[in-house]
Design a protein around this ligand. Structure first.
Ligand SMILES: [Cu+2]
Length: 471
């Protein structure tokens, strides 16, 4: 158990290192290191309290790859006893700006004494690269100059720094198992029920604006279809009719709409926005197979997508894909943090070169690193993968595997093709999807990433666990 989580930690750390060259554009606590640190401290109620420390108090500094918890403390000047708890898989130190340095090996805890001078003190890990990756923090006093940067690496690249909230609830785990055709809460599949005599899938789709934890420590007011981000996966076959009953409830704060890429309808008819308290019916017959995006199309579309209003429609060929026992859906998307408890930042999302605070799979940063997806060893596994952006591509890759059957936007790489061509990564621009099949050759862990390697450290990393995860 312990060993396994260490292995996972090591893998994740390896991936984060590559992403961490200089996380300077992330707000303090919100970037690569901050996100990982918040994750590492999940459930730990200790020491992240913002209460003022008094001389003589004991302070615990938890170090991991690559963050400290806590990162911001308020203290009276004076002498303190500290403990450096290294929960990481490599050595870390805590170095104070006045030169004091305490080193702890992986898994080790070291007690020490330290001084908080009148003007406060900054601390960081002095091992090369670690500070840039996020390992720094600040102890402020009432005499700390207001202009003093809490993080020497903070820049003006983002409009605001959003602090992790140690009291934020854990994110809601999203089961990545793909549903069966017509399966879903509030969905009804009626054989022969469509006007053209085909099968009908009724979909009850209610817009819900709600609070959700998008990454450990960060709660946002997200906008959803049926209460989840991504919205429900709708699975059909070519020839099915989908009848969506869209409800924008009276308590909603803004108008919303839905745009199904799997449909061919007039933009100013079915895709029209509806005000709170209104409803509409959006009906379409699926003519083309694929992994399709749906999203709210209400202006600014960028913000409605960036704030959670997206989902996947799987359209299989008539008669269905060859049955496969293990099928999962993965939706990659970005998150641009707004203030705690508020909607995501439109200003950040709207940059010509956007720098998301998080890039994630299925609504929560790092969730499948925390909870690996279990797969059988040596058996084909099928993934339905969709990049919904709003603005950043995915280079979808699973470390240690080769994709041998890929259908991306209508183009098919077939298993057993002449020449035995294979695929290492599937490039998906925003609003592109693919069916991807692969197998794990042996028991062990297989990290799932976007191979645009500035993003795994911001949440776009998960694990497939074959067998018990032990090679
Ligand atoms: Cu909307």
């Amino acid at each position: 158990m312990k060993t396994r989580s260490l292995i996972r930690g090591a893998l994740a750390a390896m991936l984060v290192v590559a992403a961490a060259a200089c996380g300077t554009d992330a707000p303090d606590g919100a970037g690569a290191g901050g996100a990982a640190g918040a994750g590492a401290s999940a459930g730990g109620a200790q020491s992240a309290s913002p209460a003022t420390l008094s001389a003589g108090d004991s302070v615990e500094f938890i170090a991991t790859e690559f963050s400290f918890t806590p990162t911001q403390l308020v203290a009276e000047p004076g002498s303190y006893s500290g403990t450096l708890v290294n929960q990481g898989t490599i050595e870390h130190d805590i170095t104070f700006d006045n030169g004091e340095k305490i080193v702890a090996a992986a898994g080790e805890s070291v007690d020490f004494q330290f001084e908080v001078p009148a003007e406060g003190v900054r601390f960081f890990c002095s091992i090369p690269g670690h500070e840039d990756a996020g390992m720094s923090g600040m102890i402020t006093t009432s005499a700390t100059p207001a202009a003093a940067p809490a993080d020497a690496h903070a820049t003006a690249a983002t409009e605001m720094a959003v602090e992790a909230d140690p009291n934020a609830p854990p994110y809601e785990y999203r089961d990545p198992r793909a549903p069966a055709r017509g399966e879903g809460e509030g969905f009804t599949l009626t054989a022969g029920g469509a006007p053209d005599g085909g099968d009908l899938i009724d979909v009850e789709m209610v817009i819900e604006e709600k609070q959700a934890t998008v990454a450990e420590g960060f709660v946002q007011q997200i906008w959803t279809f049926n209460g989840t981000m991504p919205g429900p996966v709708i699975r059909t076959q070519v020839g099915d009719t989908v009848r969506v009953h869209l409800v924008n409830p009276p308590e909603a704060t803004v108008s919303h709409s839905v745009d199904f890429h799997a449909s061919q309808v007039a933009w100013n008819d079915e895709m029209r926005s509806i005000a709170p308290g209104e409803e509409l019916v959006y009906e379409f017959t699926t003519e083309y197979a694929g992994v399709w995006m749906y999203h709210c199309g209400t202006d600014p579309v960028l913000h409605h997508i960036a704030n959670g209003m997206f989902g996947m429609v799987i359209v299989e060929p008539a008669g269905g894909l060859p049955p496969m026992e293990n099928e999962f859906f993965i939706v990659q998307h970005e998150w641009y943090l707004g203030p705690q408890g508020e909607v995501s930042s439109f200003a950040k999302a709207n940059q010509a070169a956007p720098a998301p605070d998080f890039v994630m799979f299925n609504g929560a940063a790092f969730q499948y690193k925390d909870h690996p997806i279990e797969i059988p060893t040596g058996e084909e596994v099928r993934l339905f993968v969709l990049d919904v952006g709003p603005s950043i591509d995915s280079s979808f890759h699973i470390v240690g595997t080769i994709f041998d059957n890929v259908i991306k936007e209508g183009i098919h790489l077939q298993r057993g093709n002449e020449g035995n061509w294979g695929s290492q990564a599937v490039d998906l621009s925003p609003a592109q999807g693919a069916v991807i099949e692969l197998k794990a050759a042996e028991d062990g862990l297989y990290p799932m990433v976007t191979h645009a390697f500035n993003f795994p450290g911001r949440g776009a990393v998960g694990l497939l666990q074959a067998g018990d995860g032990q090679p």
